[in-house]
Design a binder for this molecule. Structure first.
Ligand code: ADP
Length: 488
């Protein structure tokens, strides 16, 4: 680098001063370097010459680091300040940066080998500070509602606007200076993508990334960068825009969920159409045959024909009622809110009191969470599952257990029983509408309960399945995705 401005080195250690002077000359050739080694020589130097670069110890015997930084800003507002630290206390460097240093070097071989780069960056940073602070374009950039930054060619932020600081949870743009963009990327794969993109020097880099915020949370952002090659007096750098797309991502997720829901609705409708055309046919046939019979009996209906007609009509009524229940569930919007499942189950047990007493069912309830769900639908879900557990208990007294487990992504609710179990070949079929494994005479039912449960699970973005063996009980599991607001 040519034309390095006059440099002031402040250090009370003769050996360190000599070493630094050697390193600077090694990196930049013959430059003017003045030395200050005590309070008096420092005060003199600061009134003497307009240095463009100050390289200094942060903690000196005659002045604190904070006071030194204030003094340098006051006396040499245009100079770049690089702090030299012992290297054994990384806190000193970040403290110095916070008090306004433009860069730091550790006093070890590795640190000293970076002197050229650190000085170059510090000079760029200070030049920007003094030339751009008050220009119109700076004011426009500062007022933009998107994050704007300038980084060096390795991704270390040199300058940023207030929107970017706010977006990442910092008070001032200066708080972002010297931090590599990579530190803000949550996903290690995004770090690799970022580094690959800046290494190839592609003209425009666009990435959708999750960024760490200061308080430990994160946001989704679209990062657009354009590398600017080095020009005279300006090192190569990256100019970037950061746009908060968290709302957009959320909407996308919602859309995805809805389209899945619509797919499921379409499948359910198809199933409903099939059911209406096939399953309702059977009671209709019974009814039609009975009416034919009555016709043949010349209107003098026999008790047999009449009871057949009644049976057909009752079956039709029951099935149509079920179709209605399911379509009603379909039309209702989900009313999501916190739902205390323990209270829901208590209410269901109250409703089923008569069945529980009649069957002498033993029901154990483990700790259940409060989840975000539709309360009415949760009640219906547990009512269907618990009443089935009682109904399909066989000849023994039902033993029923209601429990929940959690993973970071979802809740799993389980209703298990000690009843007659289900043939493995039928474990999918039972969730379809009107699919029953028993005749009305054996065990009466509508064949709609589990279809309703499946729909409730899928409307909540979850699944339902059963683990069961004949004569060995059944366990019905439902998963419900967790929301951020869930509590256990
Ligand atoms: P329904 O009980 O009215 O027949 P469901 O849709 O609730 O309708 O259940 C469908 C079928 O699944 C039932 O007919 C029964 O054969 C089987 N089933 C449901 N729950 C259980 C259970 N807990 N144990 C054994 N079989 C069950």
């Amino acid at each position: 680098m040519k034309h390095l401005p006059p440099i002031l080195v402040i250090d009370d250690n003769q050996h360190d001063r000599d070493l630094l002077s050697l390193v600077i000359k090694g990196a930049f050739g013959d430059v003017a370097i003045d030395m200050a080694d005590d309070a008096a020589s420092m005060t003199r130097a600061l009134t003497d010459r307009p240095y463009g670069l100050v390289m200094t110890e942060f903690t000196l015997p005659w002045i604190s680091g904070e006071q030194l930084m204030d003094l340098l800003r006051e006396k040499l507002p245009e100079a770049a300040v690089v702090v030299i630290t012992g290297g054994d206390d990384p806190g000193v460097a970040s403290l110095a940066l916070r008090f306004g240093a433009d860069g730091f070097i550790t006093k070890d071989p590795q640190g000293l080998s970076t002197v050229e780069e650190v000085v170059r960056t510090a000079l760029y940073w200070s030049r920007r500070r003094r030339t751009k602070e008050d220009t119109t374009s700076r004011r426009i950039v500062d007022g933009l509602p998107v994050g704007v930054f300038v980084a060096d060619d390795r991704g270390v932020i040199l300058d940023a606007n207030p929107s970017l600081a706010t977006m990442l949870g910092y008070q001032r743009p200066a708080d972002l200076a010297h931090r590599p963009i990579q530190h803000f990327l949550v996903d290690p794969a995004a770090v690799r993508g970022f580094e690959a993109a800046i290494a190839t020097g592609s003209p425009v880099v666009e990435l959708e990334v999750e960024l760490h915020q200061r308080d430990g949370t994160s946001l989704w952002a679209r990062l657009r960068m354009r590398p600017a090659p080095a020009t005279k007096g300006m090192p190569a750098r990256l100019n970037g825009l950061v746009e908060d797309i968290s709302d957009y991502r959320r909407a996308l997720g919602e859309l995805d969920h809805r389209s899945h829901d619509l797919d499921q609705s379409a499948k359910d409708l198809e199933e409903l159409a099939y059911v209406v055309s096939h399953d309702l046919q059977q009671p209709l046939d019974v009814l039609a045959r009975a009416l034919d019979q009555i016709d043949a009996e010349n209107g003098a209906a026999s008790p047999v024909s009449l009871s057949q007609a009644r049976r057909g009509a009752a079956a039709l009524e029951r099935m149509l009622g079920s179709v209605l229940r399911l379509t009603r569930l379909e039309r209702q919007d989900l009313d999501l809110g916190p739902v205390d499942l323990e209270r829901v189950v208590e209410r269901v047990l109250d409703l089923l009191e008569a069945e529980i007493e009649a069957s002498a069912a033993a029901i154990s309830i483990e700790a259940l969470p409060t989840i975000v769900a539709d309360e009415g639908q949760m009640e219906q879900l547990f009512q269907n599952l618990i009443s089935n557990a009682i109904k399909y208990s066989g000849d023994v007294e039902p033993k029923i257990r209601i429990s929940a487990t959690e993973s970071p992504q979802e809740w799993r609710l389980t209703v298990s029983d000690s009843g007659i179990g289900i043939d493995p070949a039928a474990t999918d079929r039972v969730f379809k509408m009107f699919q029953r494994l028993h005749t009305q005479e054996e065990i009466p039912g509508s064949g709609i309960g589990l279809a309703v449960c499946r729909r409730i699970a899928s409307r909540h973005g979850g699944r339902i399945w059963v683990e069961s063996r004949p004569n060995d009980g059944s366990a019905f599991h439902i998963t419900i995705p967790r929301e951020e607001s869930d509590q256990s």
